[in-house]
Design a protein around this ligand. Structure first.
Ligand code: GAL
Length: 686
């Protein structure tokens, strides 16, 4: 992509710095609310997400409203030059609502109705909940829509989960009727009905998947997951009706998530669909920095991957809407960020395209489950502790980065991520139970580019492929005809395409392709992958490639060559000597197939060859050691270069060209020292 135009995702032309602010927990402490305003200025903050879980304060009894406190809060923030990201409060309900209208309560997959409590647990279908939400949102939009502090809508909070109540079952059946044009035979065909006598003879027999019921019909499971995404979006769309009507110029976002323990993209909702309904992508990032199972650089690479995926969903800057300034309260061990890590991890998000650094939360709660979650203001209410000072430093730094706001990250390389394919692959009773690891596999491919300072877009299948010199499609188990046709066209027109083992196995209904690999894929790749072998954890094979030998684990594909050039071959087993890596010219382009799960050094060798051939280079040349990441944002005039030390040792870096330190304004050239967790932001005229 070569888009150097700036895109401002809100009307703020400065980096947003602030976070979730829950004054509704402190309304009987005006002294604390006053302190907040004082401390916000000391922390160099300027934007606050307000009212996220405030429904029981906004409407303490049905039809009894209380907005005066919020008027005051918004005015006070505005008086200090701050902006407000106003939340709709549907992430949690007041107790009166669950009591009076039990239909708003969720039913789990065991068909157990949940009690009132917690949050993020309402039925997305419930007409009552939809009506109540819309009414509340209308009142918020009417009251605050013209307030000059209003910057953006924060719709609900971290949508997720699913409900299996009767209302949802009915909507699911209607969704299916529409999808299959009221044709039950089409549904039975798609779901491979006769298997285990699962043919449906009436729509009313259809139930959502359940551990105590239907759980072996993959077409059903896949459709259910699609429905859950669509139903969540439909709930969101219902929420924003009054916001679009009353405040058409105020952008709308909802905070996306990641699955945190392994730090992979959020699995349960197809964000590629959701992205089309929001104006701004935002997400909540909680990496377990300093954990005891991976290096800081490994974790940083995974964060970069998710950033590049979420940024690419709309090809524009995104917002970091939540992060912790210190620690969380829900990892297995809640370790504090070491000195320097807060600035580094915050600026990493900016380096990958965020125009904000926001926290959960502004002030630590006094009670309940989040009282030990890190916050800008601790229970000591002091601006003098380490965490507060590190936050203020982030604020001061962001104040110097206004020119970076709105800039993009043009990339020559794309990796394709697909939520549906991942769902289907995980559901597949086949391959290795613990070794599919689709998102992690993509991160492994991404790693090579991250380590070599090459910007990558992590795109989804609807994306235009044509601008990329290199498109990497690992483990795309599920592919529909349209994607196959688009990949073919991409290569025919000159694109270089890399595909791996376990790709192109099933269609959009999770039905396998028959008669060998899809003929178009065979034509493009010049091969027919005929068998996939799955390894036990201790099994290994080797692949000879380019005069060297690389270790292979987990998966090996046995390949029939139909015109392709053999680039690498297996060393052992009954397929010793047969092709493991192939290439094939097709049209003006070339298609490469990697048959097995190969170690990182193979990717380095393989991709460095392609990078050289395609002249894919870092935007700027900075020499550095391992664990230092260089990421660039660009506009028509400048490159903004973030050099980040994700290691626990000092590093020497070397700038080939003179650059200017954006923070100190000094000119830097040649060798420069980078301390532990240090980050340098430099710019150069393009
Ligand atoms: C997020 C959530 C916040 C807060 C935070 C704690 O997932 O949106 O409300 O609970 O986690 O880390």
């Amino acid at each position: 992509m070569n888009n150097f135009d700036k895109t401002y995702v809100t009307d703020a032309k400065f980096m947003l710095h602030g976070g979730d602010y829950n004054p509704d927990q402190w309304l009987d402490r005006p002294d604390i609310l006053n302190d907040d305003i004082r401390l916000m200025q000391l922390a160099h903050t300027n934007a606050f997400s307000v009212g996220i879980f405030a429904w029981s304060t906004l409407e303490p009894k049905e039809g009894v409203y209380n907005f005066e406190w919020l008027d005051q809060i918004i005015d006070n923030i505005y008086k200090i030059g701050g902006r407000v990201i106003l939340a709709t409060p549907s992430g949690a309900r007041p107790a009166w609502m669950s009591q009076k209208y039990p239909e708003v309560l969720r039913v789990n997959e065991y068909r157990q109705k949940q009690l009132h409590g917690g949050r993020h647990n309402h039925c997305f279908t419930s007409p009552v909940y939809r009506e109540k939400t819309q009414k509340m949102n209308r009142m918020l939009a009417e009251r605050y829509g013209k307030h000059p502090a209003l910057l953006m809508w924060h719709v609900s909070n971290e949508y997720g989960g699913e409900c299996h109540c009767d209302l949802c079952q009915e909507d699911f059946r209607n969704w299916l009727k529409e999808k299959y044009n009221n044709d039950l035979k089409a549904l039975n065909d798609a779901w491979w009905g006769p298997f285990w006598s699962h043919t449906i003879s009436d729509w009313s027999q259809i139930e959502s998947p359940s551990p105590i019921g239907e759980n072996a019909v993959h077409g059903l499971t896949l459709d259910w997951k699609r429905f859950v995404t669509d139903q969540t979006i439909s709930f969101f769309e219902n929420e924003i009706v009054p916001l679009r009507e009353i405040t058409p110029n105020i952008p709308v976002t909802t905070n996306f998530m990641a699955d945190t323990f392994d730090l992979i993209p959020f699995q349960s909702l197809d964000y590629s669909k959701f992205a089309k309904h929001v104006d701004v992508i935002s997400w909540d990032a909680y990496p377990a920095w300093h954990n005891d199972w991976e290096s800081t650089a490994d974790l940083a690479m995974k964060v970069g991957f998710i950033d590049d995926l979420y940024r690419s969903l709309k090809q524009q800057p995104f917002l970091l809407l939540e992060s912790t300034p210190s620690l969380v309260n829900w990892h297995s061990v809640n370790k504090a960020k070491r000195p320097g890590m807060h600035l580094l991890s915050s600026l990493q998000m900016v380096a990958h395209g965020s125009d904000s650094v926001m926290y959960f939360q502004w002030r630590k709660s006094r009670g309940s489950s989040e009282k030990f979650h890190g916050a800008v203001v601790d229970h000591d209410n002091s601006p003098n502790n380490r965490v507060f000072k590190e936050v203020a430093k982030v604020g001061e730094t962001l104040e110097k980065l206004s020119d970076v706001v709105g800039t993009n990250r043009p990339a020559d390389v794309a990796i394709l991520y697909d939520w549906e394919s991942n769902w289907a692959l995980n559901d597949a009773q086949g391959y290795g139970l613990d070794t599919k690891r689709y998102p992690q596999t993509l991160q492994e491919h991404y790693r090579t580019f991250w380590e070599n300072d090459i910007p990558v877009d992590v795109i989804t299948k609807e994306h235009d492929f044509s601008s990329y010199k290199l498109l990497i499609v690992p483990m795309l188990y599920l592919i529909n005809e349209e994607t196959i046709a688009r990949l073919k066209e991409y290569v025919a027109n000159g694109g270089k395409l890399v595909m791996t083992y376990i790709s192109g196995i099933v269609n959009e209904h999770d039905l396998t392709y028959l008669g060998g690999w899809h003929p178009d894929l065979q034509e493009v790749f010049g091969i027919n992958p005929v068998e996939t072998d799955t390894y036990y954890p201790k099994d290994e094979n080797r692949v000879h490639y380019n005069g060297k030998t690389y270790t292979l684990k987990d998966y090996a594909t046995i390949i029939d060559v139909k015109g392709a050039t053999v680039e690498g071959s297996y060393d052992q087993d009954f397929y010793a000597g047969t092709p493991a890596v192939t290439s094939h010219s097709f049209g003006k382009g070339k298609a490469y197939y990697i048959g097995g799960r190969l170690e990182h050094s193979f990717h380095e060798e393989f991709y460095s060859g392609l990078m050289e051939e395609l002249s894919i280079k870092p935007v700027v040349s900075v020499k550095h050691g391992k664990g230092v990441s260089v990421q660039v944002r660009q506009d028509h005039e400048k490159n903004y270069i973030f050099v980040m030390n994700f290691t626990e040792r000092q590093q020497m870096i070397f700038f080939d060209q003179p650059v200017r330190d954006v923070i100190t304004k000094e000119e830097l050239k040649g060798q420069v020292e980078l301390g532990i967790y240090e980050v340098k932001i430099v710019d150069e005229t393009r």
